[in-house]
Write a protein that binds this ligand. Structure first.
Ligand SMILES: *Cc1c(COP(=O)(O)O)cnc(C)c1O
Length: 299
């Protein structure tokens, strides 16, 4: 019905060969969501899709959401607004800053409002949205990170994209998914689509007390997935071993990773392999969730 939201190209599914994978006789393929679109990167496209369809069907003139000054979510939202003809507004954490992401948001026409830190912390309080709804009447408000039921529903399509390409790898099946988790919405979407057929492993980009388990459980139930610690001391905390791993992987395979989500997730996978968590011959699909726009400035 809203065909314009289905026109993005397929994310390629590519084999990844690394010495530590070969040593353990494990097969890994990467679903490259980073390659689907130059403007709307990664899992954020899938998380936004149902929100966009809803905005279109209700005739909302614009979309409004929240994020930080490196936010992949706001970046994708601004790109989607530009692409599909919606106005967009972003409510930002902290005080005005000039980052590559913020400059892109402005260039894509997003209206920016800086909430400070206290103002941003109030985002879960009742009544938070009222003044914004008064300022932008009829606009659709999207929760932080594009989460919620709509976000998870859109991510179900990710599983279809991978399954449609298995034969190009010569695979008749796979054992499980491995992917980074921030809110857990993308994990929930894969769990819903898999319905127990294949396992889903979420590598946590945030400390374990950030409520990811609760989010996944509320969206997708209690079964069909495992969450693993992967954040290395805190969300967006970057260390030298991580940067060296990202640089090595890039040199060996050409696969670009960033340090907040995908780099930490693949490094956590290596640790699992080293600990013998996966039997030889296991076939995994690593979901590259994109986010490469956010690495300007540290890589
Ligand atoms: C937002 C984001 C995630 C986290 O997705 P959730 O659905 O919130 O778990 C993972 N990787 C990248 C690159 C992201 O931008």
């Amino acid at each position: 019905m809203y065909a314009e939201f289905d026109t993005l190209p397929l994310a390629p599914l590519q084999p990844l060969s690394l010495p530590w994978l070969e040593a353990a006789n494990l097969q890994l393929a990467v679903l490259r969501l980073d390659l689907i679109d130059p403007l709307i990167s990664g899992n954020k496209w899938f998380k936004l899709r149902d929100h966009l369809i809803q905005a279109k069907s209700t005739g909302a003139p614009g979309l409004i959401s929240l994020g930080g000054n490196h936010s992949n979510h706001l970046h994708a939202l601004a790109g989607a607004g530009k692409r599909f003809g919606f106005a967009t507004a972003g409510l930002l954490r902290g005080h005005p800053q000039d980052t590559p992401t913020v400059r892109d948001l402005q260039a894509m026409g997003m209206h920016l409002h800086w909430l400070g830190y206290g103002g941003y912390r109030a985002r879960h309080e009742p009544g938070f949205w009222a003044p914004w709804q008064a300022l932008y009447p009829g606009w659709q408000c999207i929760p932080e990170g594009g989460g919620g039921v709509q976000g998870a529903q859109g991510c179900r399509l990710i599983v279809e994209q991978a399954q449609a390409q298995l034969s190009t790898l010569g695979w008749d099946d796979y054992d499980a998914w491995w992917l980074p988790a921030g809110t857990g919405t993308t994990v929930a979407g894969l769990v819903l689509a898999e319905a127990g057929r294949h396992g889903v492993h979420g590598a946590l980009a945030v400390p374990h007390d950030h409520g990811v388990a609760q989010t996944v459980a509320s969206l997708a139930g209690a079964q069909g997935y495992q969450l693993h610690e992967a954040c290395r001391g805190g969300f967006a905390r970057i260390d030298d071993d991580l940067l060296a791993f990202i640089a090595d992987t890039g040199h060996t395979t050409g696969l670009p990773l960033e340090a907040v989500y995908t780099g930490k997730a693949l490094l956590a996978l290596r640790a699992q392999f080293a600990a013998g968590q996966f039997a030889p011959g296991t076939r995994l699909i690593f979901l590259h969730t994109g986010g490469l726009q956010g690495r300007r400035g540290y890589l």
